[in-house]
Design a protein around this ligand. Structure first.
Ligand code: ADP
Ligand code: ADP
Length: 227
């Protein structure tokens, strides 16, 4: 279960003269797939990073399942996040890359093994667990990055432009994979992109942002019918 409420959230970076996010107000339902879309610099990443706990919130309240989490560290938020620049450890195998986050959290070996193998199966990586990242295709590397996050088994899954380093063809097939992954994992998912087609094809609801503000919220159909 994971509902997220952003209650009049504002963000002003230290040294910045203006707010980067202004009065962001949104209720996200359990298991919803939300896409934040808008041009570069409109505040998508900042908002996502505040939800993850990687940036302080300047004003407003962030609630996860009705609990205010503004002051909880990222580790205590039970959130998994995938970044655009998914730095894999080059010297580690696929298995160890996926296991790493669980190892540092002191999960026992059998549990790590189960989770890594389950994730590898879901992502079609079972035959590649012993390889190093350099011996993988771009799409496979991106799957390893997804795997690193899904082994966490967190109820909230955040993705920041995860496909922007892939070529156009791969991007289209990975969209469908990520949508399926969302269904299968039963997570509440927030996906950030500047690509409108990506938003229209993946989202339950789209949040269109401009200049740090929400411009429109709706299902793809509502947004399409009422641009
Ligand atoms: P988006 O993800 O939509 O591209 P960002 O959230 O990265 O937008 O940025 C929103 C605004 O905040 C931009 O004007 C950007 O320059 C500014 N910003 C982002 N990160 C920082 C930072 N660490 N310090 C100061 N300003 C920042
Ligand atoms: P998690 O799934 O727990 O986020 P990661 O493997 O992504 O685990 O990251 C664990 C820690 O290692 C974090 O502190 C992160 O900043 C750091 N880290 C992630 N990737 C790299 C990298 N390629 N090189 C060095 N440190 C990294």
């Amino acid at each position: 279960m994971a509902q997220i409420a952003l209650d009049h959230i504002y963000k002003k970076y230290e040294n910045a003269s203006d707010y980067s996010v202004t009065d962001f107000n949104l209720q996200i339902k359990d298991r919803e797939f939300i896409v934040f879309v808008g041009p570069s610099g409109c505040g998508k990443s900042t908002t996502l990073r505040m939800i993850a706990g990687l940036e302080d919130i300047s004003e407003g309240e962030l609630k996860i399942d009705d609990k205010v989490v503004n002051n909880e560290s990222p580790k205590d938020r039970d959130i998994a996040m995938v970044f655009q620049n998914y730095a894999l450890y080059p010297h580690m195998t696929v298995y160890d890359n996926m296991a790493f986050g669980l190892k540092i959290r002191k999960y026992d070996k059998a549990e790590i093994d189960k989770r890594v193998k389950d994730a590898a199966e879901i992502l079609g990586l079972s035959d590649y667990l012993k390889r190093k990242p350099a011996a993988l295709s771009g799409g496979q590397r991106q799957r390893v990055a997804l795997g690193r996050s899904i082994v966490r088994d967190a109820p909230i899954f955040l993705m920041d432009e995860p496909l922007s380093n892939l070529d156009a063809k791969l991007r289209v097939s990975m969209r469908a994979e990520i949508a399926k992954l969302h269904q299968r994992l039963n997570t509440t998912t927030i996906y950030v992109t500047h690509d409108q087609t990506e938003a229209m094809t993946m989202a339950d609801r789209i949040v269109i942002m401009k200049d740090g503000k929400i411009q429109q919220v709706g299902t793809p159909k509502e947004v399409y019918d009422n641009p």
